[in-house]
Design a protein around this ligand. Sequence first.
Ligand code: ADP
Ligand code: MG
Length: 682
Amino acid sequence: MDLKTSLDTFPGIGPARAKALKKLGLETVGDLLSYYPRAYEDRTKTHTISNAPADIPVCVSAMVAEAPSLSRIRKGLNVTKCRIVDHTGSAQVTFFNQDYVRHALEPGESYIFYGRLEVMGRHRQFTNPVFEREDRTRFTGRIMPVYPLTAGVSNNLLAGLALPSVEECARLVPDQLPEEICRSHELCGAEYACRNVHFPADTEALAVAKRRLVFEELFFLSCGMSFLRRRRSDAAGRSFPSRSPEEFLSLLPFPPTGAQRRAMGEIAADLSSGKPMNRLVQGDVGSGKTAVAAYAAWVTHAAGAQTALMAPTEILAHQHFETLTKLLAPARIVVGLLTGSMKAAEKKSVKEALARGDIHLVVGTHALLSEGVEYADLGLVVTDEQHRFGVGQRSALSSKARTAPHVLVMSATPIPRTLALLIYGDLDVTVIDELPPGRTPVETYLVGEDKRQRMYNFVRKNVSQGRQVYIICPAVEEGEGSDLKAVTAYAKTLSERVFPDLRVAFVHGKMKGKDKEAVMSAFSRGEIQVLVSTTVVEVGVDVPNAALMIIENAERFGLSQLHQLRGRVGRGQWKSFCVLVTGNRSQETLERLRYFTKTTDGFKIAEKDLELRGPGDFFGRRQHGLPTLQAADLAGDTRVLKEAQEAAGELLETDPDLRAPEHQTIKEKVRRLFAEDGDIFN
Ligand code: ADP
Ligand code: MG
């Protein structure tokens, strides 16, 4: 067995399982070894029934005392039960919908059960524990990895594959970090890291392993970002003559804020510099980035070139299309729309107009990247909410131009300073740190379930004053998580029982583009009073009349995400409110949510989020546009990130082009990390 050994050579892996594994990107032993657990179960200690601590996951060794009995409670709910005993006592074991258990547990045999033991007086009970026969244990006595899963792949399956793979092949994992860096940063070797990230000897070994893996990955990432930055500062670009912005400003229905003016100034300077612009405009939700993008498109048009503006969702693309058409039509700028859900004939005519140069500014989704989209003369590429787009996608759009086009990236996600360099390492940054006048901060409250009725009354009051309301739920369908409010079912309850007299609708990411869009535009026309939604409204949606947002199961959202959501209200002249609803009682959760009710500064919230959750969570969400990372979401704190950045900086200082023979492995590794983005060393 080696790193290239295919997983379908393992016993028990037939075509169906191989296919399911492939969905997770797992085809070879090597893939599996770099597929890291998301959590661990400590199964190192085994307890007796009466000594096992209650309510935390534990291993209990006990004998099955009777044949398990299966009973059908109702359609779709089967329960299997049996008693287990040891010399200290007995407990009841209950399984829901796991009928196979009836034959898997043999009376008279001893097993190790792993799960939470509930203790109610003298009654002890295990619900849905996992178990292994005591004489054939594989995972008992270990810290057991818990992997991210998909349908058809159980954790036991993955752990069962990982165990022999680690044992035989961990030593084959190449050590790509230079020895010198390992030594000076006190990092363990690659083999040790591999063994202990999958089957940690103990918690310290796990921490050491994680640190090494995260460091390694972030080190290569930092090297790559530095390259991208250097490469573009050498490139040649087009120069669009500066024009006084007064003419553009007369198109705006409002005077610009100082920050908008400054951003426009910086963009004008970039566009006329003769080098390709690569600028990030980072401004909190509602800070008015659209007007800034419109300005860039206006300058570009004046120089005779076209602009493409790419939005992450159809909803947003439509919205931008409408806003920009209204704004720029008086300047005779023709705005077009291109999205995936448009009819083929419509798409065709837009594409033709683009190729002829009859459309000056095209707004669209990923469809803009597709083949067959050609431009008469693409001069500027704008991406909105860039964290959803990869470095690679940005460059794919750029490649549709003859000379490197100018690139403007707009983001409302405040990135903590510690991460900014890594994520936007290849961009210049403008921060719009001023909101348009007259905005009052959104008043935010945290309420428990006991206030639900009052909260509904508040919704009603807002609607009766003519305002509109968002209600955000974490899940789309029931069953995605037990107590989570699910959009479809909840919208039904609300419209039938709670607000039968109001116009309630729902929208979520699994709906068809057209349907979503129909709901969203009805909402923005004011035809819908209460919109029940998942986080699809998180990004960019602008309905100034919406003045109240209710967030159900608020504990499920990170601070930065809550901030994004809250930004959907408080966009008009109305006093706006955000109500977080949670049944959660954990001190930590409540403190986090309370912090949010008291703070409106996006950067402060982002820093707090980073501090509370570590950068791992940030990388884990895969919205950053960085190359696919395997280890970075294991990062527990920001220290390792800083160390890796410093190490990369030091190395590139001594050998900026990585020419030295001893740096060739690093160069190769960086090249592979950024492979999706084309060759960054060109
Ligand atoms: P974001 O930065 O979140 O993309 P938008 O560009 O959507 O913000 O602007 C939010 C709202 O503020 C829009 O309704 C827009 O018309 C309005 N707006 C933008 N700039 C100004 C300004 N300088 N004065 C008043 N209103 C403004
Ligand atoms: Mg926007």
